[in-house]
Design a protein around this ligand. Structure first.
Ligand code: GLU
Ligand code: MG
Length: 437
């Protein structure tokens, strides 16, 4: 029996689950112009598997998943098995106009607004952590043993990510049990978010091929470090020159960069609802987890929500090319397009309002008294998804970034997830989310 080669026309939904419809790969050309059918209520499906109730869509409506050929990726099959082939899609109305709840369209709009008001483009890189489950024996953190014991997974994964065009830079074991991290090269905003979607699916695919399972759940074990998604950002002018570096600025950050950072911090609590949006996400963002213990800006310090990674002066890379801001508060329950789009809107708001440069915190934010916390501009991140959703509801500026229907759908989804976990202990919720992501 010969199996067909399938290609999935895919979309990453509001709960960061990739869904779609598959066609025979050789027939892609016939679907490029009009795509395949889609249903509004698909975006009311929670990661827990139920339809959010209430939700704004109900049972009516028709949409199209319109493939973006620039995202076409394929990871070839092994001898037994099938290739992983995807094209990411925009969700559009039947006449091709963008649908207001399409996450890619949301990011596109944020990037366009940013370019229009500042003349600058946004590049990004999503740095993912995940755990490769299925080995009872845990090797020392960051050890060669941990990496070699996971073979052939790391080698196969890097080959597959290269094949998929995700431009992986490194792979290494991280601090938590069976945890790995894979940084990838920066790309333009939309491509970077697309790449984050692809990376997660390639990791899951290669884990399956190794008879293992990978989880990106924000927190697998309450006693351990979580799985973060750190979003590295840089800005460039229309000729591609970097805009975040100024040697006279705080830790080398330019005026534009400090205003961007100030905007992100001003809306940090609302951003958490979009960037760390699962019922277990808040537990990862606790002090002393090296995730993001507080909403502040720092050079170096890994307890800060926004970090300016150190500039390397050994070797020949220019400081301006290296300069970036690292947003550490996201996880893989976040849709990458929504997360990056919201961060870009927040940064743009800071530029628009010419917000003053946030102070740099070089101490442990958890050990500051109230006065010091104020002096260093240190705020608390929401401790729970409920708190984050409340913060989003109270932040009128942040709410205005979203089309009303998209915001309503997102909030109803998240409220349903909270209700779905209300009876579960934290451990049980972690287990449940470990199965989903
Ligand atoms: N695992 C940490 C997190 O949850 C990040 C550790 C690091 O890469 O600095 O974000
Ligand atoms: Mg890490």
């Amino acid at each position: 029996m010969i199996a067909a080669e399938l290609l999935t026309l895919a979309t990453c939904d509001l709960g960061a689950i990739v869904r779609g419809r598959s066609i025979v790969s050789s027939e892609l050309g016939e679907h490029l112009l009009s795509g395949v059918g889609w249903v509004p209520a698909n975006l009311a499906l929670t990661p827990l598997g139920e339809l959010a109730e209430p939700n704004p869509f109900g049972s009516t409506g028709d949409l199209r998943l319109l493939p973006d050929p620039a995202t076409h990726m394929r990871v070839g099959a092994e001898e037994q098995g099938s290739a992983l082939e995807l094209v990411l899609c925009d969700i559009v109305e039947l006449d091709g106009r963008p649908w207001q709840c399409c996450p890619r369209n949301f990011l596109r709009g944020a990037l366009a607004a940013f370019a229009e008001e500042t003349g600058a483009t946004v590049s990004a890189s999503f740095e993912h952590e995940f755990q490769l489950l299925g080995d009872e024996r845990v090797a020392p953190a960051f050890s060669l043993e941990a990496q070699r014991r996971a073979e052939p997974f790391p080698s196969m994964l890097m080959a597959a990510l290269v094949e998929a065009g995700a431009e992986p830079e490194r792979i290494f074991p991280e601090f938590a049990s069976l945890q790995f991290e894979v940084p990838v090269a920066p790309a333009s905003g939309l491509q970077a978010a697309d790449r984050a979607v692809v990376l997660r699916e390639v990791v899951r695919e290669i884990a399956r091929r190794c008879a293992r399972r990978a989880t990106f759940a924000p927190l697998s074990d309450v006693k351990e470090a979580g799985n973060g998604v750190h979003i590295h950002l840089s800005l460039h002018d229309e000729r591609g020159r970097p805009l975040l570096y100024d040697e006279r600025g705080p830790a080398g950050l330019s005026g534009l960069g400090t205003r961007f950072a100030a905007g992100v911090l001003a809306h940090a609590r609302a951003l958490s609802a979009i960037c760390a949006p699962s019922p277990v996400s808040g537990e990862r963002l606790r002090p002393h987890h090296w995730s993001a213990g507080a909403a502040c800006l720092a050079a170096g310090n890994r307890e800060a929500l926004l970090r300016i990674p150190g500039i390397v002066s050994v070797g020949d890379a220019s400081p301006a090319e290296q300069m970036r801001l690292e947003y550490r508060g996201a996880d893989a329950a976040a849709n990458p397009h929504l997360a990056l789009g919201a961060i870009v809107h927040a940064g743009l708001q800071g530029i628009r309002e010419q917000l003053p440069a946030p102070p740099l915190l070089e101490r442990d934010p958890a050990e500051l008294d109230a006065q010091e916390a104020e002096r260093f501009g240190v705020g608390a991140l929401p401790a729970s998804l409920q708190e984050a959703l409340d913060a989003l509801a109270q932040d009128r500026v942040a709410a205005s970034w979203f089309p009303a229907l998209l915001l309503e759908a997102f909030v109803s989804l998240k409220r349903s997830e909270l209700a779905g976990c209300a009876e579960l202990s934290l451990e049980e919720s972690c287990r449940r989310y470990g199965e989903i992501y």
